[in-house]
Design a protein around this ligand. Structure first.
Ligand code: C2O
Ligand code: CU
Ligand code: CU
Length: 499
C-alpha cells in the first residue's frame, strides 16, 4: 500500500462525509513548483503569447449578494490571438486561435491551492497537457508551449489537479478555446456576432448567494440552478438570421438532452473535434459533461418577438436525480435583419477509420468503468494512481487502435461520460444489454457519434467501441470519467504512448 492509495482512501472517506454533511470537501496538500519550456522554431506571425491568471474575484450571478468565484483572466502579450471576455461572467476568456499557431501561455496560479490547466480536446505534448503531476503551488507559474495541430473546432480549458478538479471547476475555472482553420474559413458559416459559444452549467447557492458543492456519489453534483455563460435565466437575443451555436456542457456531472420547445430542429454541424461531413438533424442532442456540439440555428422564418426555450428533456436510468425536464435558456428573436447565408449541403469530409486497419482489430483494449465495493470508482479495474500505467494502457505513437469501454459491471451501474486526452477519435459502435435497453431508448437518438469525438456518454449496460489514431507525442496522458465527482474519486487512469 503506497502513499497514493491511502491518500485516495482518505479522500473517498472525506467525500462521503462531505456529501452527507452537505459541506465542501476539505483539502490541503503541499507541492513542488514546476515550470517548463520547450523551444520551438516558429514563424513570428504565428507566435501567440498569452498570460492567463487564475484568481479569486466576485461576480454578480444572482440578485443581491455577489458570489465568490475563481476566474481565469487573460492578456495577449504577442500575436493575433483573440481573447474575448464573457461579459458579467466567471467564465474565462474565449481564446480564438488558428491551426498552426504556436501558443505560449503562462499560467499564473493565484487561487491559494495547487492547480494546473488542461486544454480539453487539443493534441499537445504530455507535459503541456495539464497532467495532475504538473500542478503548481499558489503564486507559481507554469509555462505552456504547443503548436495547434487540431482542426477548427470548439475546444475548452479547465483545471486538472488530482482530486480537486471538481471544486476548482465549480468555483468558476473554465473557458472556451476555439480553433479556426483555412478549411473551415472556406465555408459560408455564421461568423462574428452570429458565432456564439454557450457554456451550460449548473450550480447551487446558499442563502448568501455562494456556490455550494454537495453531491451524491453516484449521480455526482446536480445543481439547482442552470447557468449559461455563467448567468441564470439566460436569454440569447437574436436577429432573424442563421447562428452557429457552440454548446459546451461545462457542468461537473449533469447530463443534458437538448431540444427547442417550439419545434426548431437541432441541426448539428460539429462535434468535439470540429465540423462533421454534412449538417444532420436530430430530434434532440445528448450533451454529457465535457462534450460539445455545434448547431446551425436559423431564426429567419421567425417573427420578431418569437421566443423559443432550449430545454433538457426527461430521460431515465442515468443515476440519481439525472434526467428531469429543465429549461436551459431562452432565445428571443428581437430584430429583423437580412440573411444571405444558406445551410451548406456538405461541410468537411470525415474519413471513417476502418476496423480492419486497427493494429489490434481482433484484440480490443477493454476497460470496464464501474463502481466497486472497496476500491470505489475504477477504470480498467483500478482507481487513479499518479504514476501507475497498466500493461494494457500502453500503445505506440501514431498507431490506430480499437478500444472498448464497458459499463456493464459493478455494484451500482450509472451513466459515465468517458474522455480521452489528446486525440479526437471515432465511435465505431455501441451495444447495450437487455436490462439497459429501456433507459437507453430515452437517449440513444441524441448521440452524435458521426464526427470526431473526445468525450462520449455511456449509459448503464452500454459497451462502446472506438477507433483512435494515437498522438505522435510520446508520454503519459489521461483518460477518465468526466463526471468530475467520479474523476476526483479516482475514475481516471494513465495512458502511456511510446515513441
Ligand atoms: Cu476536460 Cu481530463 O478533461
Ligand atoms: Cu481533456
Ligand atoms: Cu463516472
Amino acid at each position: 500500500m503506497n502513499a497514493r492509495h491511502s491518500s485516495r482512501r482518505d479522500f473517498l472517506a472525506a467525500c462521503a462525509a462531505a456529501a452527507v454533511a452537505g459541506a465542501a470537501v476539505p483539502f490541503a496538500r503541499a507541492g513542488a513548483p514546476s515550470s517548463k519550456r520547450i523551444p520551438l522554431a516558429v514563424e513570428e506571425q504565428a507566435l501567440q503569447r498569452i498570460d492567463l491568471i487564475q484568481a479569486p474575484t466576485q461576480v454578480q450571478v444572482r440578485a443581491g449578494l455577489k458570489t465568490n468565484v475563481w476566474r481565469y483572466v487573460g492578456a495577449v502579450r504577442a500575436g493575433s490571438v483573440g481573447l474575448q471576455t464573457v461579459p458579467g461572467s466567471y467564465l474565462g476568456p474565449t481564446i480564438r486561435a488558428r491551426q498552426g499557431d504556436l501558443m505560449r501561455i503562462r499560467l499564473y496560479n493565484q487561487i491559494g491551492e495547487e492547480s494546473i490547466t488542461h486544454w480539453h480536446g487539443l493534441d499537445v505534448p504530455a507535459d503541456m497537457d495539464g497532467h495532475p503531476e504538473h500542478v503548481v503551488a499558489h503564486n507559481q507559474t507554469y509555462d505552456y508551449e504547443f503548436p495547434i495541430l487540431n482542426r477548427a473546432g470548439t475546444y475548452w480549458y479547465h483545471p486538472h489537479p488530482d482530486m480537486r478538479t471538481g471544486q476548482q471547476v465549480l468555483n468558476g475555472l473554465a473557458g472556451f478555446f476555439i480553433v479556426h482553420d483555412d478549411e473551415e474559413d472556406q465555408l459560408p458559416l455564421p461568423r462574428g456576432p452570429q458565432d456564439v459559444p454557450l457554456c451550460i452549467q449548473d450550480r447551487s447557492f446558499d442563502a448568501a448567494n455562494q456556490f455550494t458543492y454537495a453531491f451524491n456519489m453516484m449521480a455526482g453534483f446536480l445543481g439547482t440552478t442552470l447557468l449559461v455563460n455563467g448567468r441564470p435565466d439566460y436569454v440569447l437575443s437574436v436577429a432573424t438570421r442563421a447562428y452557429r451555436l457552440r454548446l459546451l456542457n461545462g457542468s461537473n456531472s449533469r447530463i443534458y438532452k437538448l431540444a427547442f420547445n417550439d419545434g426548431t430542429p437541432l441541426v448539428v454541424i460539429g462535434t468535439d473535434g470540429g465540423l462533421i461531413d454534412a449538417p444532420r438533424e436530430y430530434p434532440y442532442v445528448i450533451l454529457s459533461p465535457g462534450e460539445r456540439v455545434d448547431l446551425w440555428a436559423d431564426f429567419r422564418g421567425r417573427p420578431v418577438g418569437h421566443q423559443a426555450t432550449l430545454q433538457s428533456l426527461a430521460f431515465s436510468g442515468a443515476g440519481g436525480a439525472q434526467g428531469g425536464l429543465l429549461n436551459v435558456m431562452r432565445v428571443s428573436v428581437d430584430r429583423a435583419e437580412a440573411e444571405t447565408l444558406a445551410l451548406p449541403q456538405t461541410l468537411t469530409p470525415v474519413r471513417r477509420y476502418r476496423l480492419q486497419d486497427a493494429v489490434n482489430a481482433a484484440n480490443p483494449k477493454t476497460y470496464p468503468i464501474n463502481f466497486q465495493m472497496g476500491s470505489g470508482f475504477t477504470l480498467n479495474g483500478a482507481p487513479f494512481n499518479m504514476t501507475v500505467v497498466a500493461v494494457n494502457e500502453r500503445a505506440t505513437c501514431g498507431t490506430l487502435e480499437l478500444i472498448q469501454i464497458t459499463n456493464t459491471t459493478g455494484m451500482q451501474v450509472v451513466a459515465h461520460p468517458v474522455h480521452f486526452h489528446g486525440r479526437q477519435f471515432q465511435i465505431l459502435d455501441r451495444a447495450v444489454t437487455a436490462g439497459g435497453l429501456a433507459n437507453w431508448e430515452t437517449v440513444r437518438q441524441g448521440y452524435v457519434d458521426v464526427g470526431w469525438k473526445d468525450t462520449f456518454l455511456m449509459m448503464p449496460g452500454e459497451t462502446v467501441r472506438l477507433l483512435v489514431r494515437h498522438s505522435a507525442y510520446a508520454g503519459k496522458f489521461l483518460y477518465h470519467c468526466h463526471n468530475l465527482v467520479h474523476e476526483d474519486m479516482g475514475m481516471m487512469r494513465n495512458f502511456q504512448l511510446l515513441a
